[in-house]
Design a protein. Structure first.
Length: 322
């Protein structure tokens, strides 16, 4: 249980929600043109001439950014994708300990993982077929929202989304942001913001308390007001249950890249986290890189049900090519 709670704090998906509303207009207005511009970790270059955004511009962009992210979150429920998840060891010479590729499909109450590859080995066609049958069974249930099982699943998922929204709202006060310049990242012109914990913030939950232990940085697309890259670093140990349940140790980090996968829809293409901690009396480490690609809109559970039934009828194997 603690492992899931710890991962929730530093999982890129949840972390990125903390970044959306935190661009504070007053802090940005106080930044100077000679602020230090920190290079992004890949393919980033400075843009020498730019105009400092006004407070009014920052306020307007913040609202657009928040609206865009909420729209992206809703769109995510109707998209499938392919994810390669690579677990690796820590240290100066990390090695891969697990490498699996999944087809991540929506269910109406979250997502379902369908194994495609274990390392370089393709999954057995019969095993893949059985996984499709499981997805079909879930979609059949979710396609009847008045049934007791579907109602319970939808209520549980809606609760998770409400909690995530509350997490986002809390982040608006959890950080003090500073605009530090403009850079290119992944061929996108971005405004760059440093986000430091706000000492005046009063958390109302165990997860909100994590804000005070994490410093972040975000690259926001200048034209589309979407997050292109974000990263966070754990500044001090994060305790759960007063330290009884466990801790995440200082030094962990998380990062995430996003890209436009459909007109006006931006979703994650890469995320990474690396952290160590203690669960009760037992130490653990988590180090993982995930590459997400081949996004395809499959629609509502009813729409996805038709899709999977066609795949089952044709005994088709999955192709990553559209």
């Amino acid at each position: 249980m603690f492992r899931q709670a710890a991962a929730s704090v530093v999982t890129p998906a949840l972390f990125i929600f903390a970044l959306i509303p935190v661009i504070d207009p007053q802090a940005c207005a106080q930044a100077t043109k000679d602020s230090r511009q920190t290079k992004a970790p890949s393919e980033s270059s400075d843009i020498e001439s730019y105009e400092h955004p006004t407070e009014a511009e920052i306020q307007e962009r913040t609202q657009k950014l928040l609206a865009n992210q909420h729209r992206d979150d809703e769109a995510m429920d109707q998209y499938e994708r392919v994810e390669q998840r690579i677990d690796y060891t820590s240290g100066p010479n990390p090695r891969t300990v697990d490498d699996k590729t999944y087809r991540i499909v929506p269910t109406g109450g979250g997502t379902f993982k369908i194994l495609l590859k274990n390392g370089e080995a393709q999954v057995d066609p019969n095993d893949y077929h059985q996984q499709l049958l499981l997805w079909e069974n879930i979609l059949e249930m979710m396609s009847h929202p008045d049934s007791s099982k579907a109602k319970a699943a939808y209520e549980k998922y809606d609760k998770r989304k409400r909690e995530r929204a509350q997490f986002v709202d809390a982040a608006a006060n959890a950080y003090i942001a500073k605009w530090i310049g403009r850079e290119t990242y992944n061929n996108r012109v971005c405004d760059v913001f440093e986000l430091d914990p706000n000492p005046q913030f009063h958390p109302r939950s165990m997860f909100q308390d994590a804000f005070s232990h994490i410093a972040a940085k975000a690259w926001v697309d200048h034209e589309q007001n979407q997050i292109v890259h974000a990263e966070g670093h754990v500044l001090s140990d994060i305790s759960f249950g007063g330290g009884i349940l466990g801790k995440l140790y200082k030094g962990g980090f998380v990062s995430m890249d996003q890209a436009e996968v459909a007109p006006a829809t931006w979703l994650a293409t890469r995320y990474e986290y690396s952290f160590s901690g203690r669960r009760f009396l037992f130490s653990f480490e988590e180090h993982q890189i995930t590459y997400a690609s081949h996004y395809r809109r499959v629609g509502t559970p009813q729409d996805a049900l038709v899709l999977v039934q066609n795949e089952l009828a044709n005994r088709k194997s999955f192709s990553e090519d559209p």
